[in-house]
Structure formats: C-alpha cells, structure tokens
Design a protein around this ligand. Sequence first.
Ligand SMILES: *[C@@H]1O[C@H](CO)[C@@H](O)[C@H](O)[C@H]1NC(C)=O
Ligand SMILES: *[C@@H]1O[C@H](CO)[C@@H](O)[C@H](O)[C@H]1NC(C)=O
Ligand SMILES: *[C@@H]1O[C@H](CO)[C@@H](O)[C@H](O)[C@H]1NC(C)=O
Ligand SMILES: *[C@@H]1O[C@H](CO)[C@@H](O)[C@H](O)[C@H]1NC(C)=O
Ligand SMILES: *[C@@H]1O[C@H](CO)[C@@H](O)[C@H](O)[C@H]1NC(C)=O
Ligand SMILES: *[C@@H]1O[C@H](CO)[C@@H](O)[C@H](O)[C@H]1NC(C)=O
Ligand SMILES: *[C@@H]1O[C@H](CO)[C@@H](O)[C@H](O)[C@H]1NC(C)=O
Length: 410
Amino acid sequence: MVPFPSLFALLPLASLSALVSAYDWIPDPAVPGSADGGWQELPQLPGADLITDFPIPGTSAVFPLYQSSGLDTAEVTRAIIVPGAEARDSWSYWITMQNIKMDLASTDSTFNPNTTSIMSPCFLSQNDITAGAGNANQLNWKGGDWFSGDFANGPTNGDNISSFDVLDALVNYYTNASMYPNIQAVVLAGHSAAGQIFQRYAAMRIPTINDDRVNYIVANPGSYLWLVTDRPHQNASCASVNVYDKYKYGLTGGIVGYSTGDFKNLGRDGVVSRYRGRNVHYALGTADNGPGDTGCEASTQGATHLERGDNFISMLNNSNGGMPSSHTVDMIEGVSHQQDQMFNSSQLRERLFKEVTATGSLQNSTTATAAPTGQRSSGSNDAPTAYSASVTLGIAGVAFLSILSGVALL
Ligand SMILES: *[C@@H]1O[C@H](CO)[C@@H](O)[C@H](O)[C@H]1NC(C)=O
Ligand SMILES: *[C@@H]1O[C@H](CO)[C@@H](O)[C@H](O)[C@H]1NC(C)=O
Ligand SMILES: *[C@@H]1O[C@H](CO)[C@@H](O)[C@H](O)[C@H]1NC(C)=O
Ligand SMILES: *[C@@H]1O[C@H](CO)[C@@H](O)[C@H](O)[C@H]1NC(C)=O
Ligand SMILES: *[C@@H]1O[C@H](CO)[C@@H](O)[C@H](O)[C@H]1NC(C)=O
Ligand SMILES: *[C@@H]1O[C@H](CO)[C@@H](O)[C@H](O)[C@H]1NC(C)=O
Ligand SMILES: *[C@@H]1O[C@H](CO)[C@@H](O)[C@H](O)[C@H]1NC(C)=O
C-alpha cells in the first residue's frame, strides 16, 4: 500500500500539465548562513559532484567546485565554467545553468546534454571557512578580492595564489587532451561579479596553446578593466588618472600580482592587443539600471551597469581597429540584473551551448599548468577599495532586491 496519497491525485487536472516536464527542474536549496557572515555549508546538488579538493599547482591548498556528474569525458565537447556572484552562491549558478541545459535538451533534439559539462568554482571567503562551508585546506579570499584576480588570503598567505591561477588550472583541466580529447569550447560564463573576473581574466590570462577555444561571457559587470586612460565621465573624487585608471579599473599601476611580470614585458599595448584577440562576449540587460559599484572609479565609466557596458562598447568601436572581430555584443531586451534571464536569453543560450570559435583538434600540452610564480615576484596586490562600501546580502535578499530594482549588486 502507498503510505501517502500521490501529490498528483490531489491536484485539479487543469494544473497537471504545468507540473509535467521533460526534465527535472532543480529548485534553489535553502542554504544556512549568509553572504555577510559566511555560508555554513556547500549543499549537495542533484546531478553534480561537489569536489572539495581540486588541486591547484603552486600550493598544497585545494579548491572546491561543483561539476556535472556521471559524464563520459570522451563524449564531452563543451565545458561551461560559471562561478557564483558577489554572494559566492556558486550552487545557485550551477543549478541555473543545469536547468537551462536540460530545458534546451528537452526542446532541441540536436542538443545532447551529455556533451556539456557544467562546473561552478567556489571562491570562498574566510567567513565561509569559519562558518562551515569550507575547510582549513581550502583557498579563500578577502571580500571581493577574487573578482579582481587578487591573491588568496588563506590558508597560506605567502603562496601568492591568484583567482586567475585557479581559472588557469580549471581551463587546463578541460583542455587536457588525455582527459577531454574532444573538447571544442570552454565557456567562462560570468554575471555581475563573475562578469568582472572574466573580463579581467580575458585581458590578463597568460596564454596556453589552446587559448583559441576559450570564450569569455561578460554579463552586466559592475565595472570594467578600461583599455584607455580616457573616460566618458569625470568625478572630482578621483580626478587623477593614477586613481580612476588604477587596476582593477584600468592599467595605470596597481597591476594585480598574477600579472606583474607579464605586464612589465607586454605593457599596456601588449595587454590590450592580446585582449582584442580573445573571444569576448559582452551581454547587457537593457533594464539593468542599477549602479552596482558606487565608487568614484566605476562612476567614471558610467552611472549604471548598462551605461558602463554601452560606454565600454563605444570605446571599443572608436578605438584603433574598431570593435574586435572576435568580440560580440548581445543586448538582452527588458532584462535587469538577473542571471537566470540573462543566461536563458536566446542569444546567450546559443553562446553557452552551441557556438564554436576554434577549429581543429585540441593540442596536447606538455608544459606546467600554472603560471610560474617567478612572474609576479615584484607583485603588488592592492585590495580594491570600492568594494568595501558595497552591501552584501543573503541569497534571499539578493533574489528579492534584484527582482525589485536590479540595484546594489556588482
Ligand atoms: C528558460 O526559458 C524557458 C522558456 O524558453 C523556460 O521554460 C525555462 O524555465 C527558463 N529557464 C530558466 C532557468 O529560467
Ligand atoms: C545521456 O546519458 C544518460 C546516462 O548515461 C543516458 O541515460 C541518456 O540516454 C544519454 N542521453 C543521450 C541523448 O545520449
Ligand atoms: C593528444 O593526446 C591524446 C591522448 O594522449 C592522443 O590521443 C592525441 O592523438 C594527441 N593529440 C595530438 C594532437 O597530439
Ligand atoms: C563620484 O564618486 C563618489 C564616490 O567617491 C560618488 O559618491 C559620487 O556619486 C560620484 N559622482 C558622480 C557624479 O557619479
Ligand atoms: C558599435 O558599432 C556597431 C557596428 O560596428 C554598432 O552596431 C553599435 O551600435 C555600436 N555601439 C555603440 C555603443 O557605439
Ligand atoms: C593531463 O591529465 C593527465 C591525467 O590526469 C595528467 O597526468 C597530466 O599531467 C595532465 N597534463 C597537464 C599538462 O596538466
Ligand atoms: C608574494 O607577493 C608579494 C607581494 O604581493 C611579494 O612581496 C612576495 O615576494 C611574493 N612571494 C613569492 C613567494 O613570490
């Protein structure tokens, strides 16, 4: 005998069709703790492995992440790497991407979901370690340092492990031919704070042989690494180019530790030219009228997420060589600061799950996977100042606020 009446039996027939779907929609779990005080756990997710000890070259510390479970690595042709945003809610982003993937598979018979691995890296804070989401062997960052590419704060400060080093390790993992022989695209998908890290990584990433298949989706970031010293707006609080154009907002000084040696060799022109050659996909919600970063540096780029994006595109359009041919711009009509609606737009679904920018097969690397530490020996690693003024919110608050106004998020 069935101990409980079936849920379906209790529902009027009319609402039944709404519940029947071709795939299992994963709801966002309630996670104890908060973005402010620290998360108390990283929840287990259906369809994902929570890997708590991914190795990072150059340190004995390890890194936690979610990854699609049960895929045959030889069948995988795409990897999507999607971090959480400022609230470090990586689980929520893995779920969003998984729901979109399964929706696509249920509506498009040419798409086989087993070909796409979704990974959500967990850039934890010190508070997450203390509150219980992380453990003492895991890398963790101060505040928003991870989205500038800054060095981890722990567990071993002197290791000088940048969040860019972590991204290098993840890209190298998926482009390793002995593990993923058929990978065609690695898509780094970032909304808000994660849009910030990927736009900067597109400029700073030290190249590897399979660079051409790495794609960077930059959706609604709170600020950009600007490529020139001019700005569309002025702000008396940061009148000096040494302030408004300092890394992470520009390339006049304060260069992140990961890049100091590299920047010395390449200079601004070299970094800009490398950035122009990468596959960068900007996506702007046309209703994203929130200010996000309220610091003076960001205000010189524009007043809102949307304005900053528009101004950045204009700057590229007006630059020597114009809009780079490997960069794309998608305007997502009517969407505000909402990751699910951005990633689920027809434009980003195509870029996430279909688009291929590299031809030919993967090359095999024989060299070390991480940037040599010698490259940043004279590094400065200035903590960003604008971040500290921003409000951090619990996940419920994030969802609530972003629906209400689309403001206050980076
Ligand atoms: C994406 O859009 C489809 C409709 O095109 C909808 O059924 C689905 O629930 C959406 N997924 C997410 C994660 O918003
Ligand atoms: C994907 O993999 C699952 C589990 O192995 C399998 O049941 C399913 O048929 C596969 N789907 C396709 C389209 O190959
Ligand atoms: C790379 O290595 C894999 C596995 O070791 C091998 O099958 C493949 O042929 C190699 N590819 C190239 C381009 O050398
Ligand atoms: C200038 O920057 C300050 C922060 O230093 C900010 O409060 C102010 O709104 C900015 N002014 C404008 C016009 O954006
Ligand atoms: C940039 O140039 C493209 C054409 O190359 C044009 O479609 C677009 O509107 C321009 N955008 C801005 C913000 O100037
Ligand atoms: C590729 O993966 C294999 C198997 O895990 C590993 O032994 C090798 O060191 C990796 N290669 C690189 C370049 O990281
Ligand atoms: C780590 O970076 C600091 C500057 O941020 C530098 O002084 C130190 O020499 C670096 N350590 C190593 C081992 O590279």
